[in-house]
Design a protein around this ligand. Structure first.
Ligand SMILES: Nc1ncnc2c1ncn2[C@@H]1O[C@H](COP(=O)(O)OP(=O)(O)OP(=O)(O)O)[C@@H](O)[C@H]1O
Ligand SMILES: [Mg+2]
Length: 229
């Protein structure tokens, strides 16, 4: 397995946000995480990246990474694209992308910028408030592509992306898969759901179902969250 989560539990400010979470992601699998607002999807994504301390076990390629720092996990090949991407005033898109890019040629940067549907001249703008929310989401996706990680955790990569471009974003994610990356994909969008291989439903901090995509999708439509917090 690429990723295996065992009995993950997270408590924040006295509140149990994730309870006994178990699931796994295979190599080169696109694994969808479904759940209504507040079910714990972002918390799970950030816990795998190492942003919150947790109880339980996180295994990455068979190795226990539960107690590693964010940077150690990043070095092992895990990356997270945030639901709300950060701003870096004063840093150009080009320099921002160069930090994470495995192949640091300008040609490769230009190719990836085009792939996420941005114009070339955006490379010379700042990663700040001068960019729109959707543009920043695309820049972040470009940085994940350039990183060529083993596991990409994408927290609603389609949020703030116009309807016409959602297809483009799904194609980018399929491209990641074909490059050998496993993807944990958090989304509510139908287009994105359909590129997933397997899926897990989170509800009130618990996994209520995990399995083949179409079956999980049906289950989610029928009963999105059968538990109470
Ligand atoms: N800093 C915090 N302290 C305490 N509770 C928090 C904190 N941040 C989030 N929560 C709670 O944790 C629960 C899960 O939040 P999370 O952001 O993981 O949900 P989500 O599934 O990503 O929701 P959405 O679909 O809206 O993005 C929510 O009930 C939220 O109120
Ligand atoms: Mg969230």
């Amino acid at each position: 397995m690429m990723l295996k989560i065992e009995n993950l539990r997270i408590v924040r400010e006295g509140k149990e946000i994730l309870k006994n979470v178990n699931f796994e992601i295979a190599p080169q699998e696109i694994h969808l995480v479904l759940g209504i607002n507040g079910s714990g999807k972002t918390t799970l994504a950030q816990a795998i990246m190492g942003i919150y301390p947790c109880e339980g076990k996180i295994l990455f390629e068979g190795e226990d990474i539960t107690h590693l720092s964010v940077w150690e996990r990043a070095r092992k090949g895990i990356t997270l694209a945030f639901q709300e991407p950060a701003r870096f005033e004063g840093l150009s898109v080009k320099d921002y992308l160069m930090v994470s890019a495995k192949n640091k040629s300008l040609n490769r940067l230009e190719e990836v910028i085009k792939m996420v549907g941005l114009p070339r001249n955006i490379l010379f703008q700042e990663v700040g408030d001068n960019l729109s929310g959707g543009e920043r989401k695309r820049v972040e996706l470009a940085s994940v592509l350039l990183m060529e990680p083993k596991l990409a955790i994408l927290d609603e990569p389609d949020s703030g992306i116009d309807m016409l471009s959602c297809k483009l974003i799904s194609e980018v994610i399929e491209r990641m898969k074909s490059m050998g990356t496993s993807v944990m994909l958090i989304t509510h969008s139908e287009d994105m759901i359909n590129i997933a291989d397997r899926a897990t439903i989170l509800c009130a901090g618990k996994v209520v179902a995990s399995g083949e995509r179409d079956e999980i999708k049906r289950l989610f439509k029928y009963s999105p969250c059968p538990l109470k917090r």
